[in-house]
Design a protein around this ligand. Structure first.
Ligand code: ATP
Ligand code: MG
Length: 255
């Protein structure tokens, strides 16, 4: 569970994510520019920013799917370049266009992802039973994923990403395009996972969702504009709300 700075050995802070001077260029385009931050283990970390601000690019570098152009980083103590394969096996990743198999049932999707992550059949069956309950998927086990409504699909995608019990979940816009009730349920689930000690990195366009995060980063055009507990950021900028910070950030277009 997030308790500010979680300590290891009584004194050393333990960070689930650490990046220093992280940058990514696509030809002349600087998608991520000299970004540095540290995220305490067990926290919900929200990466916020408008379209094209570099959120997914940061996620891809942290998940070992893309090498940085400059800078370095660690996820769960693993180097994002040299230990990329180990990171991929240690985290659960839900991409922005999450990939469920629509012509498979809910149970079959979970079995498929369990197999990919190397779980054996008894483990998959045990995890499915836990996840139906934990992710509020009871009653739809035999329904085709393609026939589920948005919120249910999102929870199934979350369950698939969590089938191998990773210590960290990386969710790229998990609440995009779902109704407010489903969004709220998803945030409740993320809160429960954080209480269990899982670190959660989540991107969102919805500023009101920052309230569910312990730490947020505001990105704009590749720059890290602000980082910290959401309640502190507005106060530090001398503004009334995170929305005001965001508008100020967007109008400056990065520093
Ligand atoms: N593989 C790529 N090749 C070239 N340019 C890319 C590539 N991936 C991303 N970009 C560009 O990098 C910038 C940052 O993109 P990114 O997808 O990280 O933004 P984002 O904050 O996730 O946006 P969104 O909110 O729309 O998902 C954008 O200008 C995008 O067009
Ligand atoms: Mg994105």
């Amino acid at each position: 569970m997030f308790t500010g700075l979680i300590t290891n050995n009584g004194n050393k802070p333990e960070y689930a994510i650490e990046v220093n001077g992280l940058s990514k260029n696509f030809g002349p385009l600087q998608a991520v520019l000299n970004v540095s931050f540290r995220v305490p283990a067990g926290s919900i970390f929200g990466l916020l920013g408008p379209n094209g601000s570099g959120k997914s690019t940061i996620i891809r570098m942290l998940c070992g799917l893309m090498h940085p152009s400059a800078g370095n980083g660690q996820v769960l103590g693993l180097d994002i370049v040299t230990k990329a394969e180990k990171i991929k096996a240690s985290i659960g990743y839900m991409s922005q266009k999450f990939s469920l198999y629509e012509d498979l049932t809910v149970a079959e999707n979970l079995h498929f992802f369990g197999n990919i992550y190397g779980l054996n059949k008894p483990e998959i069956i045990r995890r499915c039973q836990e996840l139906y309950q934990k992710m509020r998927l009871e009653g739809v086990e035999r329904q085709l994923a393609g026939t589920l409504s948005g919120g249910w699909k999102q929870r199934l995608a979350l369950a698939c990403a969590f089938i191998h019990q990773p210590r960290m979940l990386v969710l790229d816009e998990p609440t995009a395009g779902v109704d407010p009730v489903s969004r709220r349920l998803l945030w409740d689930l993320l809160g429960e996972l954080s209480t269990d000690g899982i670190t959660i990195l989540v991107t969102t366009h919805y500023l009101d969702e920052a309230q569910h995060c312990h730490v947020v980063a505001l990105m704009n055009r590749g720059f890290l504009y602000a980082f910290g507990p959401p309640g502190q950021l507005a106060a530090e900028e001398g503004l009334g709300s995170l929305e005001d910070v965001f508008i100020k950030m967007a109008s400056r277009g990065g520093d």
